[in-house]
Design a protein around this ligand. Sequence first.
Ligand code: 4NP
Length: 149
Amino acid sequence: MTSILFVCLGNICRSPMAEFIMKYMARNRDDLYIASAATSDEEIGNGVHYGTVGILREKGIPNPGHRAIQMKRSDYDKYDYIIGMEDSNIRSILMITGGDPYGKVHKLLDYTSKGGNIADPWYTHDFETTFNDIYIGCEGLMEALDGKA
Ligand code: 4NP
């Protein structure tokens, strides 16, 4: 079993979107455990943003429901991959974990030729661009995982 934690600032827009896209891509396999969490405590307990729900519905990707949780230090031991959306997430993740001795922490778009950060639709209101970037990131991550299998 390979475990993956997607992480963003609030855990209501980008990281749950990544969780549901990756779960959809992995729907015919049972060797991946996929979850998401926030670096901040801003949205703890809140549901997925309606913009994220809307774009997932438009793309035909199930949104099984979710409540925002905050990442904990112990998640570093629990997960094989901890995937942030942007540079500031990576800095916050490393603050929470106290470092990355096993090289588990990565940025999602580093699994694509494009690189860079996933824009935060909380600010941009552009859920389509964020969806497309997260989708190619998850495809790249899936290829990286299979390359290791
Ligand atoms: P997310 O978006 O990190 O993609 O879930 C945000 C959600 C909430 C806040 C910021 C970003 N907030 O400041 O509450």
